[in-house]
Design a protein around this ligand. Structure first.
Ligand SMILES: [Zn+2]
Ligand SMILES: [Zn+2]
Length: 163
């Protein structure tokens, strides 16, 4: 399997109004904190000619694995992204350009997918997390059994201060 999505744009450059559909799947592996994107990134889009190059509009999706930062629940899902990238013969600030009458969509699509990864994944908006004292999942069990002062870190601190 190809690790890039290469599109021949020789007949599009300088021809506004000319365009083609593109699609493909390339392997991806990204990691941001508690989110891992790994597997096949599916890409669909169009590439259209502009006066001095081409513009690629694309959407992409890839399998992802998440770990809730509050309760440590793990789940599988997807990361989706969509964006556009203009290519000309001169590289842009990210270094993307038309090379040998071709463009590679892999870089811009991967960049966009990485930007769509949540920095702080939570399993649900109101996740209560784990009890900081006993580690019980507070979504499942309210865990109100820490009423005795001796269990509290503040009680320990108070004992130290008293002595
Ligand atoms: Zn959670
Ligand atoms: Zn507890």
């Amino acid at each position: 399997m190809s690790s890039q999505l290469i599109v021949d744009v020789g007949d599009l450059v300088g021809h506004p109004g000319a365009g083609k559909d593109v699609s493909g799947a390339v392997p991806v592996s990204l990691r941001l904190g508690d989110v891992t994107v790994k597997g096949l990134m599916e890409i669909e889009g169009t590439v259209d000619g502009t006066v001095d190059g081409v513009i690629a509009r694309f959407s992409a999706r890839a399998p992802a694995h998440f770990v809730c930062v509050r309760c440590l629940t793990e789940w599988h899902g997807e990361i989706e992204a969509e964006s556009a990238q203009h290519y000309s013969h001169l590289p842009d600030e990210d270094g993307y350009a038309i090379v040998d009458r071709q463009v590679d969509l892999t870089g811009p699509v991967t960049d966009e997918l990485a930007l769509s990864m949540p920095a702080v994944p939570v399993c649900r908006r109101d996740c209560k997390g784990l009890c900081p004292i006993c580690g019980t999942d507070l979504n499942v069990d309210p865990c109100d059994g820490h009423g005795e002062e001796s269990d509290s870190p503040f009680a320990v601190l108070r004992d130290l201060l008293d002595s």
